[in-house]
Design a protein around this ligand. Structure first.
Ligand SMILES: *Cc1c(COP(=O)(O)O)cnc(C)c1O
Length: 365
């Protein structure tokens, strides 16, 4: 089986041992090192580590002091955490359709979704490519809205040379299968010193100094043990990204010209970090998407559907007081057609050839 993801924490051992031997296993100097290194990668002044990516999103929204009924406009084609975080933070979610070329929220649809209650625009940089920040950032500015970037899949991605997570409040995940991992972990990036300070206090029970509580806070802290796992990965993030980019280029070349199969692309001005390599299987393909997925599994090619349904397509959210339903036909169609195949940094040339050869064979190309 050629797996869809490989978790590589092989270089972590000395750093984890260093933490174990130090006796400081909760939040300490390794978290600080993780934050400083990641701030540099994202190109921001501040990075605040938290215990997972969902928490990063919740904390970012909480830091904006929204009132009940205030709205966050986001994409319906995302991992469920995007929506859950909005709801947990007490805001109302409203959805804008996505674009077919980047799978991210469409700036025009976002503009149309803005109401007098809108307070936040929350693009999701899906699969490792940023949304069209050249249009979304000015839109936020023009309407006086905060920008929260769900950057969970986009470590090191760029738009016009600017890092994902550097346009507003960037929320990253370090879950096991993300491009960089701490097992479970998250980080919020920002250039706003005041918000950074607030997030640091919020994550630690609202405590500014020992037993000096200045807000109702939480325990959102990451452990030094977890942070240690990511240190060596951060040191070689450029290498990891370069390998993913090279793999995507090989797949794009090898899978070109197959009837009914659309390969993904890195759009001009964007640097895609290829968290996922996602193809679309159209009506004119030799197999349906689900038949294609089953055939790949049968032939030992790992694959995954990210995501089979829109986040609004679950009973749990239907009729939810904080969820505004809307028609998003492009996202609905893509959820039916998408399939991700292996692009991770551990693929060998032989494995890439096998992936390409198998796909050409099962689609009769
Ligand atoms: C992984 C992910 C999250 C949540 O991160 P966790 O660390 O799993 O809590 C949020 N949004 C998107 C788009 C993700 O892929």
């Amino acid at each position: 089986m050629i797996p869809i993801t490989v978790v590589d924490v092989s270089d972590a051992e000395p750093y984890v041992l260093e933490v174990l031997r130090s006796g400081v296993i909760a939040q300490g100097p390794m978290v600080k090192r993780f934050e400083d290194t990641f701030a540099e990668i994202a190109g921001v002044d501040h990075a605040i580590a938290v215990n997972n990516g969902t928490t990063a999103l919740v904390a970012a929204i909480q830091a904006l002091d929204l009132q009940p009924g205030d709205e966050v406009v986001t994409s319906p084609f995302t991992f469920i955490a995007t929506l859950n975080a909005i709801l947990e933070a007490g805001a109302t979610a409203r959805f804008a359709d996505i674009r077919e070329d980047d799978f991210c929220v469409d700036p025009e649809a976002m503009a149309a979704a803005i109401t007098p209650r809108t307070k936040v625009l929350m693009p999701v940089h899906l699969y490792g490519q940023t949304a069209d920040m050249g249009k979304i950032a000015p839109l936020a500015e023009e309407h006086g809205l905060a920008l929260v970037e769900d950057s969970a899949q986009a470590h090191g991605a760029k738009f016009d040379g600017k890092g994902a997570g550097s346009f507003g409040l960037g929320c990253f995940s370090f879950y096991a299968t993300k491009n960089i991992t701490t097992g479970e972990g998250g980080i919020i990036t920002t250039n706003d010193a005041e918000i950074a300070d607030k997030l640091r206090v919020m994550r630690n029970q609202g405590m500014r100094a020992r037993y000096e509580y200045v807000m109702a806070g939480h325990n959102y802290r990451l452990t030094d043990l977890a942070a240690a796992v990511a240190i060596p990965q951060l040191a070689k993030i450029d290498e990891i990204t370069a390998k993913r980019k090279a793999n995507a280029a090989k797949l794009n070349e090898g899978l070109a010209g197959i009837t009914g199969l659309r390969t993904p692309s890195e759009l001009p001005g964007r640097s895609h970090v290829w968290h996922q390599y996602t193809v679309l299987i159209g009506d004119d393909a030799a197999l349906t998407r689900d038949e294609f997925a089953a055939k790949l599994t049968e032939r030992g090619i790992g694959n995954g559907i990210y995501y089979p349904k829109l986040v609004t397509d679950y009973d749990a959210y239907r009729g939810h007081a904080q969820v505004v339903m809307s028609e998003t036909p492009v996202a609905a169609k893509i959820a039916q057609q998408c399939l991700s195949i292996p692009v991770h940094a551990h693929l060998t040339d032989d494995q890439l050839d096998t992936v390409i050869g198998t796909i050409r064979e099962v689609l009769g190309a």
